[in-house]
Structures are given as structure tokens and as C-alpha cells.
Design a protein around this ligand. Structure first.
Ligand code: NDP
Length: 470
């Protein structure tokens, strides 16, 4: 049993002002895996005051000082990476190979990228008579979700530290352990007191207190659209900057010259990765309508081939994060059938032989873009395949969404792939795969307004000052 009942405030492990704990449930077993403390607004006041005091000196540190700090954290991260992987497996049910692979790698990648970017970053640039200075925005509130816990935490903390900001992290209640270990690493690396603070607890209490706080200059939030809207409203009275990274319903367009076996199977298996709990997942697969029969066969085979089971074992997919997430996904699967979508693989209930744990069947529907299952983010292993008549139709379907986070294009002809990628109204597009820690990540439309990852991620945490007559 894990017990993490202290917060990290002003360089010290600190008991909450009002003691209160909550159980953390392992989604693979439905059993209690440990406990955390739930903070109160008084804890937030204490952490914000510490961050404000620390900002005076930390914002004046040299790039060399900040590089030294980030490199010390990097050494700690590498030393304790396996502990992080284990924590992620227990807290959100990621299979061990994924938890110890891509999950921890993403955090390490953002840290390494922040170091590289900081080495070359121009905080001052003269244009004519004016010096344009990029200065740290101040005290930041960082509010993160559970689905890729290290990715979302590290993509905020390290650019903020690199920029010279101080911060308070509010990790998700559902996946609180990896953030706790990360805070221990940051402490061990010698972060100056008050620069980094962490309070566990409820979003509606800790997250709201940060969003409304007079002395917090900026909120960076990753999570659902309704919470993003609430945070924006809460932050409005104090006119603070709010960076939002929200949900998605991303389209994957398979062009008619693309290999169907490779791309349809890849897109289907990709959708099931991390149990479908990925904001930029290609959850709408757009294929030539004339080849739908072939597509259905390939997708069904790929979905049925995804092994599901105990995250500690050798399975491709673990459970989803919680009972409530399981129930929401089941409702969407029922809704899909009720609204006339054709079920090609999976369906309601748990996979055979799994009676305990929040396991969902890898599910594939063929439907139309007006169906609820094609419009709302399900955040589970459910793929909707939609047929298109021609390229214009494919692009129109892709763009007919409230969201605009990710997008995928598979095809042989590079010029067509590029033309389609230009027409898609979405923040990031992957053409025939690929991966880049420096590619800015963020949404159009209701997928948010921020840009994280790489150099652009630094700008979230910087103010711009013009000094005319330099
Ligand atoms: P939520 O929006 O429910 O929660 C995210 C965080 O916000 C949690 O820490 C939560 O706290 C906190 N929170 C809840 N209510 C408030 C409030 N009123 N004020 C401030 N903070 C609050 O999202 P999920 O955790 O369920 O994550 C899934 C969502 O995140 C999906 O929609 C997904 O698409 C999106 N997402 C977006 C990404 C992107 O980069 N665009 C990346 C990953 C996920 P608590 O611990 O109490 O829940």
C-alpha cells in the first residue's frame, strides 16, 4: 500500500493544514492501492505565497543556473525511471511495457527537450531601436489529467522551470503516485525552496482555488472541455493567462493509394493503445467508401488481435482508469448500436475471462459522422470507421467536428498528403507516422488554445516586454 499524505510546499514535505485522505483504486483489481491527502484552499494560499517569494530570485537566475537544475533533475529521473513506470502501471492501469516504455519516455523526452531548447533560447532580441525581452510570466498553476501522467506533467513543469517561473502542480486524484515521485526527484535535485510546489486534491477545490487566486499569474490546464471552460471563467476576474489543452475527436484519413492492410490495422491497433485514453487518438477512421468491406475485415481482425489483461502481464491493453470511465464507455457502445452504427468488433461488457477490473473490449463501429459516437470524445478503445466518396468529402468530414486536436493522413503520394494536411483544421497532423518532441502540440476550436512541446512550449510561460530606445 502506498501512502502519500504530504504535500511539497516551500522546499519541504508538509502535512495538509486540515488532514483528510482519499483512497486510490487500482483499476486492474478494483482494490485500494494506497492513499493520498486532499488539500484545501488554505494549502493553496501557503504554496502560492511560497512560489511568489521564490519568484523574486528564481526569475533572475541565469540560463546556466537553470540548466544545472534541469540536468540534476534529469539525472534523478533516469535513476528512478523504473519506479515511475511501476507507479503509472498501478495508478492508471497501463501495461508494464507501455508504462515503462512510452509513458516514462515521454516525460524524459520533454525534460531533455527543455534542456536543449533552453541552451539556444533567445530571451532578448533587438529589432531596430527596440529590445524585445521574453520574461517569465510569474507564478503558474499547473493542472493535469491522469491519462498520460508523466507526459502532461513534464511538458508543463520543465518549460516553466526553464523560463524562470515558479509553480504549483495539482496532479489528478486518479493517478497521483507518479507526480509524487516526480516531486521527490525535483526536491532531490536541489530545486530552490518555493520554486516548485505540489498539492494533491480535488480539482473542484485545489484547481479552482488556483484558477481564482489573485497571486497566480497563469494557469496551464490539460483535461476535459467542460473543466477548461470552468477554469477560464474562474480565472477571468483576475485576468490571468489560461493555456488550455483539451479533448479531441481526431480524424485519420486513409487515402485511396495507401496500403489498406498496413494503415487500417495500424490505425485500429493505435486507437486501442493506452486503452483509447489519448486526447489525440485517431478515433474517426476515414476510408474510401468503395473499399469498406475490405476495411471492415482488416479492422475487425486487428481489434480482435489486441490482447487485453493484467497490466503486470504481457498484454497490449490494460483496463481503463476507473469505474466511472468504464460506465461512460459502455454507454457510448450502447448508444452506437442504438443509433444504427454497425458493430464490427468488440461491443458491450468486459472481454471474456476478465470478471474484475475495468476492462473494455476493443470495439470498432462503422458509422456516419453525425452519430454521437463520431461527435463526442469517448476516451476509450472505441473506433468509428466512416466512408468517404472523394478527397473533398474526406476533408469535409474530418473538419466537421467541434474539436481540432490531432489528425492523420496515410498515403503514397506526398503532394496529396501535404495538400490534405493543409486543409485539415487541427493543431497537429501526422503524415504516414513520425514523432517529434519539438513539434508544437495543441488544439484548434474546442480542443484548446495552448501550444506545448518544444520551443513553442516555452512561450506559454513567458511575457513579452518591449524596451524602445534600447
Ligand atoms: P478532467 O478535466 O476531468 O480533469 C483534469 C484535471 O482538472 C484533474 O486534475 C482534475 O482534478 C482537474 N479539475 C477538475 N475540476 C476542476 C475545476 N473545477 N477547476 C480546476 N481543475 C479541475 O479531465 P480528465 O482527468 O478526465 O482527463 C481526460 C480529458 O483530458 C479528456 O477530455 C482528454 O481529451 C483531455 N486531454 C487533453 C490533452 C491535450 O493535450 N489536449 C492530453 C490529455 C488529455 P481531479 O483530480 O479532481 O479530477
Amino acid at each position: 500500500m502506498r501512502s502519500y499524505t504530504q504535500f511539497y510546499i516551500d522546499g519541504q514535505w508538509t502535512a495538509p493544514i486540515t488532514p483528510r485522505t482519499a483512497e486510490v483504486i487500482n483499476p486492474a483489481t478494483e482494490e485500494v492501492s494506497g492513499e493520498i491527502s486532499l488539500g484545501s484552499p488554505a494549502d493553496v494560499d501557503k504554496a502560492v505565497a511560497a512560489a511568489r517569494r521564490a519568484f523574486a530570485s528564481y526569475s533572475e537566475t541565469s540560463v546556466k543556473d537553470r540548466l544545472d537544475l534541469l540536468e540534476a533533475i534529469q539525472a534523478e529521473y533516469i535513476r528512478r525511471e523504473a519506479e515511475l513506470g511501476e507507479a503509472i502501471m498501478v495508478e492508471m492501469g497501463a501495461p508494464t511495457a507501455l508504462a515503462n516504455g512510452f509513458h516514462t519516455l515521454l516525460g524524459k523526452g520533454h525534460l531533455g527537450t527543455a534542456i536543449e531548447v533552453l541552451r539556444a533560447f533567445k530571451f532578448e532580441e533587438q529589432r531596430g531601436p527596440t529590445m524585445i525581452r521574453k520574461e517569465p510570466i510569474g507564478v503558474c498553476g499547473l493542472i493535469t489529467p491522469w491519462n498520460w501522467p508523466m507526459n502532461q506533467t513534464c511538458v508543463k513543469i520543465f518549460p516553466a522551470l526553464a523560463a524562470g517561473c515558479t509553480m504549483i502542480l495539482k496532479p489528478p486524484q486518479l493517478a497521483p503516485y507518479s507526480a509524487q515521485i516526480l516531486a521527490e526527484m525535483i526536491h532531490a535535485a536541489g530545486v530552490p525552496a518555493g520554486v516548485f510546489n505540489m498539492i494533491q486534491g480535488q480539482g473542484s477545490v485545489i484547481g479552482a482555488a488556483l484558477s481564482k487566486h489573485e497571486d497566480v499569474d497563469m494557469i496551464s490546464f490539460t483535461g476535459s472541455e467542460p473543466v477548461g471552460v470552468q477554469i477560464t471563467k474562474d480565472a477571468a476576474d483576475t485576468v490571468k493567462r489560461v493555456g488550455l489543452e483539451l479533448g479531441g475527436k481526431s480524424a485519420w484519413i486513409v487515402l485511396d493509394d495507401a496500403s489498406l492492410p498496413a494503415n487500417v490495422a495500424g490505425a485500429t491497433a493505435g486507437m486501442m493503445g493506452n486503452s483509447g485514453q489519448t486526447c489525440s487518438a485517431g478515433s474517426r477512421l476515414l476510408v474510401p467508401a468503395s473499399r469498406m468491406d475490405e476495411v471492415k475485415k482488416i479492422a475487425a481482425e486487428a481489434a480482435n488481435g489486441v490482447t487485453v489483461g493484467d497490466p503486470a502481464g504481457n498484454f497490449a491493453m490494460g483496463p481503463v482508469v476507473s469505474k466511472s470511465q468504464y460506465n461512460i464507455i459502455q454507454q457510448y457502445i450502447e448508444k452506437g448500436t442504438a443509433e444504427g452504427a454497425e458493430l464490427v468488433a468488440g461491443g458491450p461488457g468486459r472481454p471474456e475471462g476478465l470478471d474484475k477490473g475495468w476492462y473494455v473490449k476493443p470495439t470498432v463501429f462503422v458509422g456516419t459522422n453525425d452519430m454521437v459516437i463520431a461527435r463526442e470524445e469517448i476516451f476509450g478503445p472505441v473506433l468509428v470507421i466512416i466512408g468517404y466518396d472523394d478527397l473533398d468529402h474526406a476533408v469535409a468530414i474530418a473538419n466537421d467536428s467541434n474539436f481540432g486536436l490531432g489528425g492523420y493522413v496515410s498515403g503514397e503520394d506526398v503532394d496529396t498528403c501535404r495538400a490534405v494536411s493543409r486543409r485539415m483544421r487541427t493543431g497537429a497532423i501526422w503524415v504516414n507516422g513520425g514523432f517529434d518532441f519539438n513539434a508544437p502540440f495543441g488544439g484548434y476550436k474546442r480542443s484548446g488554445n495552448g501550444r506545448e512541446w518544444g520551443e513553442l512550449g516555452f512561450h506559454e510561460y513567458l511575457e513579452v516586454k518591449s524596451v524602445v530606445g534600447w
